[in-house]
Design a protein around this ligand. Sequence first.
Ligand SMILES: C[S@@+](CC[C@H](N)C(=O)[O-])C[C@H]1O[C@@H](n2cnc3c(N)ncnc32)[C@H](O)[C@@H]1O
Length: 426
Amino acid sequence: MTDLELSFDILDRVINKEAKSNDEINKIADTANNLGFVTKNVYGVLENKIYLDYMIRKLSTVRLKKIHSSVLIILEIGIYNIHFLNTKDYAIVNELVELTKKKNKRSAAFVNAILRNFIRDEEEIAKIKESDDIKSLSIRYSLPEELTRYIFNNYGMEYTKNFLRYINSEQIISIRVNNLKTDKDTLKKTLEDKGFKVENGNLSANALKILNPSGLVNTDEFKNGFFTIQQEGSMKTVEILDPKENSKILDLCAAPGTKTSYIGEYVKNNGQIIANDISEEKLPLIKENIDRLALENIKLISFDASIFKKEYEGQFDYVLVDAPCSGLGVMGRKPEIRYNRSMDDIKILAELQKDILDQAIKYLKKDGVLVYSTCTIGDIENKDNFLFLSSQDDLEVIAIDGKDYIEYVNYIDKTDGFFISKFKKI
Ligand SMILES: C[S@@+](CC[C@H](N)C(=O)[O-])C[C@H]1O[C@@H](n2cnc3c(N)ncnc32)[C@H](O)[C@@H]1O
């Protein structure tokens, strides 16, 4: 199979069958001739889909909805390559026409005509002619208009532009050093000796940035649990929770266990940690992390955290609610998220978050600490829930760096958009 065919297959599964781009790319890591090219195609098409479709609409006499989904993906790959990767070569058109013959034979001439017409008139076709600035940004950076408008209404134009530009740029991969097995300087040197370009993190003292991460998970250092791939905003959540050794800690929404495992490292295997997730089928993911990192004292359970669990009442020194959220902050690494979220979803998630928080408060001992975090941006899931928590009689806000809460800004902090707030039970 050619790399373009592999790209097509992955995009088809992500767009039409709810597969996740990262999982699909990992599956073909050993099959692709040029994994970088396939990754670029998959991410590139997903990150620019609205804009690509905008251009295809200008070129096609057939309405977009009437174009067969396989044919649309082939056109998207073609326009992406020509416009964003500057592949002016007609060879790619021929290859995509051949692919069309396999997927939907009668559309081959249609694909040929559209791609050739695009090459002829690229500059004009690529122009975005919208008088509404938000609509124009929504097309340029391919974020559905209602989400673009939501971000603009919350943060203004400059933030919106920079945020969108950042999520469509290459993302920085960071790792968390497992200090139970190594230390930062030793790990940095070992990875550098293996050809990785390594820098210190921006936010966490425990983070390293890997500038050329390809092959990172195949290293012995990863397999032996010397580090975990984790965004720095996510690391900060645990550092802000700051659990003490020998304490009782409840991680209510734990899978796949990135923060649970950091908690285990943070308390140096001296703590009683309960990691819960509503999805029982995700618990093995947490177990995998715990085993790889050689962590102890972590019990895995599965229940719906929006429902009160009497036996946990007043039992914990620390409760972490790293809530299910819309994930708008992680769209840079998971580009398909943007097409699977609506404002209605955001409102429903915010209600679920409140229900979980309502229960979480009850599990704290007096003076116990609650951290509420999300990997999203926007007031409905963040600030509004902070206000909900700060209005509770039995909670007191603990300031973080002198602020009520932290909201990492991707283009400034060079990490995912992330929200963290902290409270004490009184
Ligand atoms: C943002 S993820 C957690 C990420 C995790 N803390 C980490 O750092 O690896 C949210 C998790 O909440 C879980 N979840 C969703 N609804 C839940 C509920 N009602 N009760 C408990 N867990 C829930 C999801 O299955 C998902 O794994």
